[in-house]
Ligand binder design. Structure first.
Ligand SMILES: Cc1ncc(COP(=O)(O)O)c(C=O)c1O
Length: 475
């Protein structure tokens, strides 16, 4: 095999060199992570050198890599950074990244059993492992997807198809105001009008209140609507709140409602004892979103959906055009293109499979437990700092808190807290951002990265405290 740029071919030696150089770049990045800013960003003007005509001729890989390092990879957030504590961070892991290289190097087409029986078997086995972890019945199955948004969409498409059929203008669906926006977007994409969505106020603990749900369902029924689904949270993005899953499941069963549980972030916590106790009842879900690219430490993208009866996915998504007739799947040997909206799909399951093979599940569950512990460290430390109020205590790796110096208006406090988050994020030391809870702007940390240490958490909170003092003095 020779180098032949006209056929986009490299010689084996050139491929090795390119691979080694790329691996060196990534390892250098991971080695120096703690010293790098957690986020760097630039405007279009500063990034102007990238705005060029399409290159007619190629240049050496090593030059392209150096430019990528200097001009592109410096201007972005680093969600794997130990002090990136905003949103739901994606801590990633190196084996997952290498698995992606292997999957893409082989360009695995993971759509059908015929074209990818080995990879499909890995996906089937992983889905079985996850099914058993969340204690869903044997009938359950699922599909790996790009993330929580796609998994929520796929689940709700199956719920709509199974419970409503083609005609659903009178159907209603219920969820709390803490539900991730991807649920509302999915429902809109599926053709539900806003008036069919019942967004219920969460209770003082940011959970879906069962009594309010009961009332809403019964008054909708009395008014001639068709309640068909409840979307519950297994770890909200804002505060890590877990809706009362067991009670919701009992209610849904009694009223023939499809219970979708969005555990994109939190469901992985079933891997440790503390999380399993919090997620009691998750096994009753009709469908469950669980994102390995969050608390199962996979690089983007890696989402997953489990459905209590896997036939519901097949019934919703199987369409057999003439050009796919030779490639029919079955329940035992599924074509994953029949389980969701994607036909061409990458081998996403490989990274989680390799991570579990290399590190073992005990290490993964200890890494999840670490997230719980760090949130407690954050809460305890905040309680020692004057002027801070814990808004929601450590829960599923998340704490929310607010700086409240005396004598300030609510509006002023909202601005102040947003400002503190912006200042620390712009400094690059850590990424901590705000959210709004019951009308108040608060800061939050989500400490699910196993690279994060106790010292990182304390140093970040001390830095927030200093910035708060400076911001307060300048007002
Ligand atoms: C609870 C929850 N659901 C859904 C999503 C959407 O997931 P994704 O960004 O992978 O599409 C998120 C993202 O953070 C989330 O926290």
């Amino acid at each position: 095999m020779h180098s032949d740029p006209k056929r986009l071919q490299l010689s084996p030696e050139e491929m090795r060199q390119a691979g080694y150089q790329a691996v060196d770049l990534v390892v250098r990045f991971l080695e120096n992570l703690r010293e790098l800013p957690a986020l760097e960003h630039a405007g279009r003007i500063e990034l102007g050198s990238l705005d060029e005509a399409m290159p007619a001729k190629g240049r050496p890989f090593v030059e392209v890599l150096a430019r990528l390092d200097a001009d592109v990879l410096r201007s972005m957030a680093r969600p794997v950074h130990p002090r990136f504590l905003a949103f739901i961070p994606s801590p990633g892991n190196f084996i997952g990244a290498v698995a992606d290289l292997i999957a893409h190097g082989h360009n695995v087409f993971a759509g059908s059993w015929l074209e990818a029986s080995g990879p499909s078997m890995v996906e089937v086995v992983l889905l079985e492992w996850l099914r058993k972890l969340v204690r869903m019945p044997d009938s359950a199955g699922g599909v790996f997807q790009s993330g929580g948004s796609m998994a929520n969409l796929t689940a709700l498409a199956a719920a709509r198809q199974t419970r409503l059929g083609e005609d659903f203008a009178d159907a209603t669906v219920y969820f709390s105001d803490q539900t991730h926006s991807s649920v509302e977007r999915a429902l809109r994409l599926l053709g539900f009008a806003r008036k069919q969505l019942r967004k219920l106020d969460s209770d003082d603990d940011y959970r879906l209140p069962l009594e309010a749900l009961k009332e809403a369902v019964s008054s909708d029924r009395a008014a001639g609507s068709r309640p068909f689904s409840v979307v519950a949270n297994a770890g909200t993005t804002n505060t890590g709140a877990v809706d009362p899953l067991a009670e919701l499941a009992a209610f849904c069963r009694q009223h023939d409602l499809w219970l979708h549980v969005d555990g994109a972030f939190g469901a992985a916590a079933v891997l440790c004892e503390e999380g399993r106790a919090l997620l009691e009842g998750i096994e009753h879900a009709d469908s469950l979103t669980l994102d390995p690219h969050k608390w199962l430490f996979q690089p983007f993208d890696c989402g997953c959906l489990l459905v209590r009866d896997r036939r519901h996915l097949l019934e919703t998504f199987t369409i057999q055009p003439e050009y796919l007739k030779d490639v029919e799947g079955s329940l035992r040997e599924p074509n994953f293109w029949d389980c969701g909206p994607e036909l061409t799909r990458p081998f996403r399951a490989l990274k989680l499979w390799m991570t579990l093979q290399v590190f073992g599940v005990d290490a993964v569950s200890a890494a999840i437990q670490h997230g719980f512990e760090l949130a407690r460290v954050a809460e305890a430390h905040l309680r020692t700092l004057p002027g801070w109020r814990i808004v929601t205590p450590a829960r599923m790796g998340i704490v929310s808190f607010r700086h409240e110096p005396a004598g300030r208006s609510e509006e002023d406090l909202n601005r102040l807290n947003r400002d503190i988050g912006r200042r620390i994020t712009e400094s690059g030391f850590a990424v901590v951002l705000s959210t709004v809870l019951k009308g108040q702007t608060v800061l939050r940390t989500c400490t699910i990265n196993p690279r994060t240490t106790r010292e990182d958490v304390i140093a970040t909170l001390d830095r927030l405290h200093e910035l708060a003092a400076r911001a307060t003095a300048s007002r």
